[in-house]
Write a protein that binds this ligand. Structure first.
Ligand code: FES
Length: 104
């Protein structure tokens, strides 16, 4: 899966991730700014918040825990908000996410 990370300043990073890798993990492994992932991917911290701009159709629906955590994000939640640790390469061929202004 190709993951596109878009920063608030408009810059983009493209990363190829193996199926099963979460979008959060791909960001951390590749030093993408603005994704913290404090809880390590357990949907318990909301510091991996992203806005999905492309590829949302193929993703699993938002889970209950994820939705609760999305109410606690540092930057405002919108209709495209997801926790990137709950999005996995392999679910879609390409996904583009916008990194929010802040995570804490
Ligand atoms: Fe903590 Fe995603 S890494 S909620």
């Amino acid at each position: 899966t190709t993951i596109v990370f878009r920063q608030p300043d408009g810059s983009e990073r493209l990363i190829e991730a193996e199926a099963g890798t979460s979008v959060m993990q791909a960001a951390i492994l590749n030093g993408v700014e603005g994704i913290v992932g404090e809880c390590g991917g357990s949907a318990m911290c909301a510091t991996c918040h992203v806005h999905v701009e492309e590829g949302a159709d193929g993703l699993d629906a938002i889970g209950d825990t994820e939705s609760e955590m999305l109410d606690c994000t540092a930057s405002p939640r919108d209709a495209c908000s997801r926790l990137s640790c709950q999005l996995f390469a392999g679910q879609v061929e390409r996904i583009a996410v916008r990194v929010p202004e802040r995570q804490v």
